[in-house]
Design a protein around this ligand. Structure first.
Ligand SMILES: Nc1ncnc2c1ncn2[C@@H]1O[C@H](COP(=O)(O)OP(=O)(O)OP(=O)(O)O)[C@@H](O)[C@H]1O
Ligand SMILES: Cc1ncc(CO)c(N)n1
Length: 268
């Protein structure tokens, strides 16, 4: 019998269920990968914002990683909210030591409501320790600006940022287009280290976009776990998030979650 593909998320918990660990596990499930988690921080969060953050002690993060390594080695993984430099360094050291492959790094920095999900001094740790291990790095435009130190105002600016991030060590990069001005289609740019590809999208005018970045990166990781190529994985992830945003659930009174069921329902 074939082994069931296992996908791991290393990220923060969102009590509201729309982002972080919860969004990742729902996405893995919908795409047919067995989902596992290493929790780096607990957030008290809902569709209105983040009310509290409690980082998990680094020793406990390492214990979770070891439990997975000893028994349930993943075919692919994604990282999300890592919060501190010490957690980033511990996660990166583990990935290096054990040679875990198919690493999707979503460099989560700020929640949609403005809360800091990454400490200021952790950005350098991300650049130095984790980005060089990324198979696919998935920054949004503000994150790409922060990582490269350059503002992005054009298509050429995004291409240059992708190349700079490649020089930092990421093998492939998707610069997401969700933060482009409202009238523009949210085209994501995928750089495979040689060529630029466009991931076309239709903008949905909705506030229900909580966790879009987490869901997108988790879908890429699930597809890599299933053995798909990176190009196939990013295209499927784009379709997955487009469906999830296009069929909102209308939950909560702020930035509501996306609909993780929509993709599979539409495929059926
Ligand atoms: N309003 C929208 N309509 C259609 N697609 C969107 C919309 N907003 C974001 N997307 C898509 O969702 C995916 C995630 O992009 P986005 O830029 O929102 O990530 P993010 O800012 O990291 O998300 P998060 O706030 O969860 O961290 C991308 O594929 C993007 O093009
Ligand atoms: C736990 C967590 N991770 C990531 C995000 C970004 O969407 C969030 N709001 N919460």
């Amino acid at each position: 019998m074939l082994n069931t593909p296992k996908a791991l998320t290393i990220a923060g918990s969102d009590s509201g269920g729309g982002a972080g660990i919860q969004a990742d596990l729902k996405t893995f499930q919908e795409l047919g990968a067995y989902g596992m988690s290493v929790i780096t921080a607990i957030t008290a969060q809902n569709t209105l914002g983040v009310q509290g953050i409690h980082p998990v002690p680094v020793e406990m993060v390492m214990k979770q990683l070891k439990s997975i390594e000893d028994d349930l080695r993943p075919e692919a993984l994604k990282t999300g909210m890592l919060f501190s430099a010490e957690i980033i360094e511990a996660v990166a050291a583990h990935l290096r030591k054990h040679g875990w492959k198919n690493v999707v790094v979503d460099p989560v920095m700020i929640a949609k409501g403005g809360a800091d999900l990454l400490q200021e001094d952790a950005v350098e740790a991300l650049k130095k320790h984790l980005i060089p291990l990324a198979t696919i790095l998935t920054p949004n435009i503000p994150e790409a600006e922060r990582l490269t130190g350059k503002s992005i105002c054009s298509r050429k600016g995004r291409e240059d940022a992708a190349k700079l991030l490649h020089e930092l060590g990421a093998r492939m990069i998707v610069i997401k287009g969700g933060h482009l001005t409202l009238d523009k289609a949210p085209v994501d740019l995928f750089y495979d280290g040689e060529h630029m590809h466009e991931l076309q999208g239709r903008r949905v005018d909705t506030p229900q976009t909580h966790g879009t970045g987490c869901t997108f990166a988790a879908a890429i990781a699930a597809e890599l776990a299933l053995g798909k190529t990176p190009l196939h994985a990013v295209h499927t992830a784009k379709t997955f998030i487009q469906e999830a945003i296009s069929h909102p659930l209308h939950i909560g009174s702020g930035h509501g979650p996306t609909n993780h069921w929509a993709y599979r329902r539409n495929q059926a």
